[in-house]
Ligand binder design. Structure first.
Ligand code: ATP
Length: 231
């Protein structure tokens, strides 16, 4: 579904991604694991078309996204879930859910389906964003692109700052949406969490993919791999 090939990214003269290649199939959960500053967020932003200084190929369903704005990429099925969650604080949960335009009618989740998957959002539907817990904000941030019709979510550290019990709930949601055909490219530093939700992993160090492995191998070599990454 998503193909990234030889992607490099720059901030001015500084190169922060080096010839990164990876892919995500329909309904697959793939991670990017790496320590702070490895380039994970820049990679997601580059895929979404939010980072301008890039070179290389990003293609969705075989179509190059070169030159396409973030808005256009969203219309083609990419959903961006930033690490700050991007909730409109003064708007209610239901307003946050109805704000983004539906980009793909056939893929868009109805409000009923959203509330079935995220019952807490139904309970809190009239609450403003400011009154939501971190976990509730994360769920709302994930629900919004599904409501709009995204088929591939770019999730930036969804477990960050959340209690273990909430992290488990987020993990279950990722498994549920995957079962419904949604693909996920997941940035994570919480390796234990990553291994409970993902099919495959890409380890990123200093802007380079240093290993790509399936979840079984990742699981059996976790300690060694994390030492290698300095995590
Ligand atoms: N706006 C910017 N201008 C210059 N350099 C930047 C900018 N944003 C990020 N960088 C640098 O690019 C590199 C990659 O940053 P990035 O945020 O993509 O890493 P990350 O793996 O997501 O880390 P983190 O988890 O800390 O966000 C880092 O060295 C960072 O200092």
């Amino acid at each position: 579904m998503l193909r990234v090939e030889d992607l490099s990214a720059f901030y001015g003269e500084a190169q922060v991604l080096r010839n990164v290649s990876l892919d995500v199939a329909h309904g697959e959960v793939v991670t990017l694991v790496g320590r702070n500053g490895a380039g994970k967020t820049t990679l997601l932003r580059s895929i979404m078309g939010l980072h301008k200084g890039t070179r290389g190929v990003v293609a969705l369903d075989g179509q190059s996204l070169d030159g396409k704005s973030a808005d256009k990429r969203a219309r083609l099925g990419l959903g961006w879930v930033p690490d700050n969650r991007g909730i409109y604080a003064t708007l209610s949960v239901s307003e946050n859910l109805s704000l983004p335009p539906v980009v793909d009618k056939s893929a868009a989740w109805s409000l009923d389906r959203i509330y079935e998957q995220f019952p807490v959002l139904h309970e809190r539907r009239d609450f403003p964003g400011t009154k939501l817990s971190g976990g509730e904000q994360q769920m709302l941030a994930m629900a919004r692109p599904l409501r709009a019709g995204s088929r591939l979510l770019l999730l930036d550290e969804p477990s960050e700052g959340l209690a273990p019990v909430i992290v488990n709930q987020i993990g279950q949601i990722i498994r549920d949406i995957k079962a419904q055909g949604v693909a996920v490219l997941l940035v994570e530093q919480n390796v234990k969490f990553a291994s409970t939700v993902a099919d495959r992993h890409n380890l990123l160090a200093q802007g380079e993919v240093v290993a790509s492995l399936d979840n079984d191998e990742f699981h059996s070599r976790t300690t060694e791999l994390l030492e290698h990454l300095g995590m």
